[in-house]
Design a protein around this ligand. Sequence first.
Ligand SMILES: [Zn+2]
Length: 160
Amino acid sequence: MMIFEKVKSAIDMKTVAEGYGLHIDRGGMTLCPFHNEKTPSAKIYGDNFHCFGCGEHHDVIGFTQKLFQLNKPIDFVKKLNTDSGLNIDIEKTPTKTDISEYQKRVNEQKTYREYEKNAWQILCDYLWLMREWKKRIPASPDDDLDGRFVYALHHFDYAE
Ligand SMILES: [Zn+2]
């Protein structure tokens, strides 16, 4: 298998695009990095990128090439290889085990990103809860303190 095929088979378009900082919404749409726009008109498919605004259409390799304006094909394959953490040994022909290992690595990264996203979500929800708790100010100094109010006062800055 040629290096192009190796890289293409080991990584999907979404992972590449997200890896380079594109925000992809639930519908798979994203702001096009190749023309100026405020609402997303580019769609991320399984193995390619297509912009309905400017017509740019690329697979993972073409996308990386265009994004970084790399001229020599081997340069952008190498870049993608390194940036995506595939770390394929370009000089040698990969075995089946190698390929399944690349794919495993890609999947692990994906799982990790999901975990990370969930963790942020939980933290944000928690912060929002504490913001609500901070509103439970006692009407007078003699009133009983709501434990959550006190907790929020002590931990809000940290969570933020
Ligand atoms: Zn575009």
